[in-house]
Design a protein around this ligand. Structure first.
Ligand SMILES: *[C@@H]1O[C@H](CO)[C@@H](O)[C@H](O)[C@H]1NC(C)=O
Ligand SMILES: *[C@@H]1O[C@H](CO)[C@@H](O)[C@H](O)[C@H]1NC(C)=O
Ligand SMILES: *[C@@H]1O[C@H](CO)[C@@H](O)[C@H](O)[C@H]1NC(C)=O
Length: 312
């Protein structure tokens, strides 16, 4: 009986969350030391040209000072429609993580028609080690969307302990044009110009074999847990309340579908999602034409990170 009771407590604890200790903390130039630039063609066909570390520094597309790490697109060059896309940046963490909590303290995210910013984690041999999109959206159309992408055999139940609205339930990349199983947040401050108008905020993810959760608190929410706000040495996700998105392991073997992940921060323009949603977003002209001819429209297309803390 006692053993049974202990088992029950253990299972309950796993479902609710747990305590984690800080293993990595990145601020300002710390981002430059722990991330690498990926000057690769955009696999999602964006109108961008991802540059290397030298070019990014030279063009000030990444900039680190004090507690600012800024990552942006070029906003001064008119492009040749037959030439490469607008210079932009994609960086990937040198370290990989499995069970962990990540807290991103972000002051500003890229905004503007055609922008497709993302903060996400992904494993090698995509999609066999899974993909977790923590922050993502297009063309200033909030709120934020958190999404999983996996190989076949990972679905989400309709009822979940989450604030957001579940979109599709099957995370299989081969279905629904790789839409994945996404959750649209409710708080409009979680994305784009509204996020920026409120001074940004904190995105946090927890990944364990029991499930994956994503929380968001606006800078002026008033409800942000103290340990998140200050980037405490230890955090306990039990104290964080209902997540915006929750992906339990009920019909998805998280341990099998998700391998070691790198963190990726990228800023694309147009491409598969932003391009196809462009007209419906109330944006002018066509996406590629707008990107090619209006560099000044991308002056606010930048991330400004205050810090990133990772707990294991
Ligand atoms: C940028 O991020 C999105 C979001 O997950 C991803 O689907 C896309 O492949 C990324 N593009 C590049 C070039 O990394
Ligand atoms: C580089 O960008 C940062 C952040 O936007 C800005 O504060 C700084 O003045 C820029 N440096 C130059 C040389 O333009
Ligand atoms: C913050 O970290 C300290 C040291 O690990 C811990 O004692 C404390 O419980 C944590 N939480 C808060 C809210 O301070």
């Amino acid at each position: 009986m006692l053993l049974y009771f202990l088992h029950f407590l253990l299972a309950f604890k796993l479902v609710l969350g747990a305590s984690y200790t800080q293993s990595d903390s990145h601020t300002g130039i710390g981002f430059l030391k722990s991330f690498s630039y990926q000057a690769i063609p955009d696999p999602t066909h964006g109108r961008v040209n991802y540059v290397d570390a030298y070019t990014a520094a030279n063009e000030n597309l990444t900039y680190a000072s004090g507690d600012h790490f800024v990552l942006r697109t070029d906003y001064w060059t008119v492009l040749d429609p037959n030439g490469p896309g607008r210079d932009s940046v994609r960086i990937q963490s040198n370290k990989q993580y499995t069970t962990s909590v990540m807290v991103f303290n972000i002051r500003h995210m890229p905004q503007g028609c055609g922008t497709w910013p993302a903060v996400w984690t992904v494993g090698e041999d995509w999609p066999n080690n899974g993909e977790i999109d923590v922050l993502e959206g297009v063309n200033d159309q909030g709120p934020n969307q958190a999404t999983l992408h996996t190989s076949a055999g990972c679905t989400m139940p309709d009822w979940r302990y989450e604030k957001g609205n579940a979109l599709l339930d099957d995370c299989n990349t081969l279905l629904n044009s790789n839409s994945g199983c996404g959750v649209k947040f409710v708080d409009t401050r979680s994305y784009g110009p509204i996020f920026n108008d409120h001074g940004g905020g904190w995105f946090a993810s927890e990944r364990s074999e029991a499930g994956i959760s994503v929380w968001f608190w606006s800078r002026d929410a008033g409800t942000v847990p103290y340990e998140v706000e200050v980037g405490n040495e230890t955090v306990d996700t039990d104290n964080w309340g209902e997540p915006s998105a929750y992906f339990p392991n009920t019909d998805c073997d998280i341990g099998a579908k998700f391998g070691p992940h790198n963190i990726v921060i990228n800023l694309s323009l147009c491409g598969d999602w932003a391009g196809s949603a462009y007209g419906a977003s109330g944006c002018p002209s066509t996406c590629e034409d707008y990107v090619d001819n209006n560099p000044w429209a991308f002056e606010d297309a930048y991330f400004d990170f205050q810090w990133l803390k990772i707990y294991t």
